[in-house]
Design a protein around this ligand. Structure first.
Ligand SMILES: O=C(O)c1ccccc1NCC(=O)[C@H](O)[C@H](O)COP(=O)(O)O
Length: 209
């Protein structure tokens, strides 16, 4: 089975289009005001307008008030939600959207998060500590024991030159990359995005490989 690709922290319509044309399955839009990759609802709408069909838009939140998520959903046609803080399952499920729950693997307990979020579509395993923001560029120990109850998306410090090792070690459902394909925070570099996607397809491009 091939490995899905999510390019996260997209802040410009042209970067979303470049990611889709390079073969990404999803882009991530950060709705966490403190992030250098934060977008508002208006920009998120413009970015999604440029996305080709069959490419998903994922909205990222971190311990946001419920009303904030509802307000974004009212304005932005997000396909999935991704939660980066300490959000409990009843909060995550209350939006009636598929959701991805992140785990800060630098001290976090992926098994505990998996048990607490049985309805999550996937766990996104990230390199930073619990409570810290994503987009850190930090990897985690890919050889650590991981839950087999959920689809796994590997994140944290992935780049074109290390994503193959992460895929071979974990065999995840998907990979997520943000700072590893940027020329500056929030500004995706078209060539780095293409190199990242090509490397994922090279390693695990077709069913049966
Ligand atoms: O990217 C951010 O700035 C961010 C801020 C707050 C919460 C989550 C955030 N990003 C989450 C992601 O999914 C990133 O793609 C993930 O952390 C991997 O980032 P990187 O290590 O830079 O590839």
């Amino acid at each position: 089975m091939r490995t899905r690709i999510k390019i996260c922290g997209v802040t410009r319509p042209e970067d979303a289009l470049a990611a889709a044309e390079a073969g990404a399955d999803a882009i991530g839009l950060v709705f966490h005001a403190a992030s250098p990759r934060a977008v508002d609802a208006a920009m998120a709408g413009r970015i999604i307008d440029r996305l080709p069909p069959l490419v998903a838009a994922v909205g990222l939140f971190m311990d946001a008030p419920r009303s904030r998520v509802v307000a974004v959903l009212d304005q932005v046609p997000l396909d999935l939600l991704q939660f980066h803080g300490n959000e409990p399952a009843d909060y995550c499920e209350s939006f009636h959207r598929r959701y991805i729950k992140s785990v800060g693997m630098a001290g976090g307990d992926a098994f505990a998060v998996a048990a607490a979020h049985p309805e999550a579509s996937a766990l996104l395993l990230d390199g930073h500590a619990p409570g810290d923001a994503g987009g850190s560029g930090q990897t985690f120990d890919w050889g650590s024991m991981l839950p087999d109850t959920h689809r796994i998306i590997v994140a944290g410090g992935l780049r074109a030159d290390n994503v193959a090792a992460a895929i071979k070690t974990i065999e995840p459902w998907g990979v997520d990359c943000s700072s590893g394909v940027e020329s500056a925070p929030g500004i995706k570099d078209r060539r780095q995005v293409a190199a990242f996607c090509q490397e994922v397809y090279r390693v695990k491009g077709n069913a049966g490989q």
